[in-house]
Ligand binder design. Sequence first.
Ligand code: ADP
Ligand code: ADP
Ligand code: ZN
Length: 217
Amino acid sequence: MLIILLGPPGAGKGTQADRLVKKYNLVYIATGDILRAAVKSGSPLGQEAKAFMEKGQLVPDEVVVGIVSERLTAPDCRDGAILDGFPRTVAQAEALDQVLGEMGRKVDRVVYIAVDEDELITRLTGRRVCRECAATYHIKFNPPRVRNVCDQCGGELYQREDDSLSTVQERLLVYREQTTPLIDHYGREGLVSKVDGNREIEKIFSEISSILGAGSP
Ligand code: ADP
Ligand code: ADP
Ligand code: ZN
């Protein structure tokens, strides 16, 4: 099963993916997490990506397509994966189709999580992320049990630099211009299930679960 989580920054893709990978036993591929780890390690990939990410702009297509292609062809992805934050442009979606086609595979479902823009700003500016395992929290809507400590691994929580108001506004603009065309791109193939993301985390999760099917596939 190959699932794409599509939606604006702050829609709750990572939050839902965290629950879905456990329920369906899928590999989680989040390009944002992979890029942030590369920036932290100072690798050539990280050095290339850093300036784009700080400004809230997209890292060039060839770079992210390379990352995802390599990851998807690894043996552990044979049974399925959830893509979070990829594809983000039509060119990325076309490259993904090609890579999957070469493996005799295809996208099974695109779950589009729609959220109102003012809610996105509140979510992103209140987001906190674990330094160790990248789990995501919100200071009001999804707080950790202990302040600034990750429930899952005990790691320290921090605020992403690109979750500042001005960068959030730039990211939302980039999303509207470059990523929303994907709704039509996959819609034409009948692959899109739209979910109302302006609700409680657990409600959204049960709706996505019913879209994907009850048990472990
Ligand atoms: P994305 O991966 O789409 O950017 P996240 O999963 O990181 O989004 O969620 C963004 C922020 O909003 C986080 O702080 C998260 O805890 C919070 N959040 C996620 N889903 C909901 C929801 N349904 N209601 C309220 N807050 C949410
Ligand atoms: P969000 O919370 O907005 O969903 P991500 O963690 O997915 O954020 O992405 C953070 C940043 O990483 C993006 O603003 C962008 O610079 C870069 N990035 C992540 N995925 C991609 C992608 N598929 N294409 C280009 N850039 C990406
Ligand atoms: Zn953690």
